[in-house]
Design a protein around this ligand. Structure first.
Ligand code: CTP
Length: 395
């Protein structure tokens, strides 16, 4: 049941518009509130009155129509949505969304929403396979827009191939999957480390690395949504911390991260170490700014503790997941880290690949377990990858 859930359904033009009627009636049957926005061309295929009767809500299609009695402006609809669905989605609306174009009611409303967006494309096979359309889909997927893939079959134009709108039943199931987020991690206590560390040289300078914390923060957000109690220990980053954390500890150096982790390890049963910890720190930290001279300067570095290795020694039956950022001998290096640090899994990044590693919203990884089994994944958003990592722990 989707009682109390607001589904905003964007309908763009194409022969599959009639199938969107079935989507609305299926959603009504499970008690969702449905507001339909139609593009002008969609209303050439099926009258707005049909959608109005099925949804029992006024249908919006013209950006400049007078506000009706209820909250009709596009911003209100964008805010009201628990999910924003576009079905059928034409190449045109997909192209607009991928490129930030907002020139009618539907494209303007979807650009203003913070709700998850689910897109069900429907178009001629050649259009669907067009490289620009595929690039737009890829771009949206990397930004965490969700897709219900079209099916193959005989299309309205007579062609046979990919491009048929997924069935209303499949689309409604996909809507339910987004709205009823599985709380399968309830009762799990997860400690996550994220971001870089900073090792001070003097009061103005430090040694650090390119980590932005995006991967660890994505795992924390996803784990909270799935019901876990999450403690996040973070080096200095520029991203907002996820809502709903049990505990948040901000640290600067590897030594501070080590202490924070050790103090919190007992109360957690899963530890995910996505932080990029500095392996070395300056042996001497000057409490005054080091002034330049005409000579060269050497900084002597000493080893930081390997936090993950220390946890590995005392892990007992806790689940321990490490990350490996590698540029060469990927599998060999990652497997060595599993053994050395006593890990259950390692998430291996080839940081030389475009779309993987530091600073990106996507990642390309292999996950290796302690038995040496390797699973390889295509490029995907860090949020999607978070679900995969959490599934592995839970499975
Ligand atoms: N790690 C840690 N403490 C350190 C260094 C690394 O806890 N002092 C953890 C990281 O959080 C990560 C894993 O160890 O989960 C692997 O980090 P990585 O930098 O890939 O490897 P290192 O063990 O530092 O080895 P190397 O730098 O030689 O590749």
């Amino acid at each position: 049941m989707l009682s109390g859930k607001n589904v905003v359904l964007g309908v763009s033009g194409g022969i599959a518009v009639y199938k969107a009627c079935d989507i609305v009636s299926r959603l009504k049957k499970v008690n969702a509130n449905v507001n339909v926005i139609m593009t002008k061309s969609a209303s050439e295929f099926v009258s707005p009155l049909t959608f109005q009767s099925l949804s029992q809500n006024h249908v919006v299609s013209d950006m400049f129509e007078e506000p009706k009695t209820w909250d009709i402006e596009h911003i209100a609809l964008a805010q009201k949505a628990d999910i924003f669905v576009i079905a059928p989605a034409t190449a045109n609306i997909i192209g607009k969304m991928a490129n930030g174009i907002a020139d009618d009611m539907l494209s303007t409303t979807v650009i203003a929403t913070k709700a998850p967006v689910l897109i069900a494309p429907a178009m001629n096979t050649n259009m669907y396979q067009n490289k620009i359309v595929q690039m737009n889909i890829e771009k949206l997927k990397n930004l965490d827009y969700k897709f219900v893939a079209p099916e193959s079959g005989r299309l309205a134009c007579g062609d046979i191939g990919e491009g048929k709108l997924a069935t209303p039943e499949t689309i409604v199931e996909a809507i339910k999957a987004v709205l009823i987020k599985n709380k399968d991690l309830e009762g799990q206590r997860i400690l996550i480390t994220a971001g870089p560390t900073r090792e001070a040289i003097d009061p103005v300078r430090f040694i650090t690395n390119h980590s932005t914390g995006k991967m660890g923060y994505a795992i924390a957000k996803t784990a909270i949504e799935r019901g876990a109690d999450v403690t996040l220990i973070s080096g200095p980053v520029n991203i907002q911390k996820p809502a709903g954390l049990k505990k948040f500890i901000a640290v600067q150096s590897a030594a501070e991260m080590f202490h924070a982790v050790m103090e919190n390890i007992d109360e957690n049963n899963i530890i995910i170490k996505s932080a990029a910890v500095a392996d070395y720190k300056p042996k001497h930290q000057s409490d005054k700014k080091i002034k330049k001279t005409d000579d060269d300067l050497s900084i002597e570095l000493e080893r930081n503790k390997d936090i993950l290795k220390e946890i590995g020694k005392a892990k007992g039956d806790k689940t321990l997941i490490g990350f490996a950022a590698e540029t060469n001998d990927l599998i060999k290096n990652a497997k060595a880290k599993i053994t050395k640090k006593n890990l259950d899994f390692i998430v291996l990044n080839d940081i030389t690949q475009k779309g993987a590693g530091f600073g990106t919203d996507s990642n390309i990884v292999k996950i290796i377990n302690k038995n040496g089994d390797i699973k390889e994944y295509p490029k995907m958003s860090k949020l999607h990858l978070s679900d995969i990592i959490l599934d592995m722990i839970n499975g």
